[in-house]
Design a binder for this molecule. Structure first.
Ligand SMILES: [Zn+2]
Length: 206
């Protein structure tokens, strides 16, 4: 799976949270667990130098969520040399393995900033590139209610027998802190099964 924007089977939805663990991580984790909703966290390597954040991520791993690679410090990949790009990915994978004991398969480029030139060294390392097809812009200054309304409209217009979602969210956003339960309910009430990124892009693969 070199590059994924959507799941391999319709009816699946992967909620993904980038840049963490940050301010509302514990709340997000609690909400996910309360709803038995799996999710995937694309984390920054530098955050794993903080033992408190490692502990939070360990709780996420124990609860069955997936941890993946968002680079070391949110550098824009298009501004880096290939050696710097490889270092972003490899150092983050190494600290995730060291602190959490888990391997990673996917890299999500910060800001989605990736072209074929940056893809090649990442594929050469054996990673897939994890993009998305749903971006409710929860990082914007818009009120959480408006963001949730947009998600409801997009999911309402979709068809779970033909469509799937990979949703870009951030655990730092007020929407994640206050509205995640509603977002989970929106997807489920329209017939979607929430899955981790692995299960989204591996669905149906023998
Ligand atoms: Zn990011």
């Amino acid at each position: 799976m070199p590059l994924a924007f959507e799941c391999r089977q319709p009816g699946l939805a992967a909620l993904t949270f980038d840049d963490g663990p940050s301010s509302h991580f514990a709340t997000v984790l609690d909400t996910l667990n309360t709803h038995a909703a799996p999710a995937t966290f694309f984390v920054l390597g530098e955050h794993l130098e903080n033992p408190t954040k490692v502990e939070l991520l360990n709780q996420a791993v124990m609860a069955g969520h997936q941890i993946e690679n968002h680079g070391w410090n949110h550098a824009r990949f298009s501004t880096l040399t290939n050696a710097e790009l490889v270092e972003q990915v490899v150092s983050t994978a190494a600290i995730i393995l060291d602190r959490l004991g888990i391997g990673t398969r996917f890299v999500r480029p910060p800001h989605g900033d990736i072209q074929i030139e940056q893809g090649i060294p990442i594929w050469d390392l054996g990673y897939g590139i994890a993009l998305w097809n749903g971006d409710p812009a929860d990082y914007s200054q818009r009120p959480p209610d408006a963001i949730v309304r947009d998600i409801d409209a997009a999911v309402g217009q979709s068809d779970a027998t033909t469509d799937s979602f990979i949703v870009l969210l951030h655990d730092s956003s007020p929407t994640s802190a206050t509205k995640l339960g509603e977002i989970i309910t929106i997807f489920r009430s329209h017939g979607y099964t929430l899955v981790t990124y692995d299960n989204c892009v591996d669905a149906g693969v023998e």
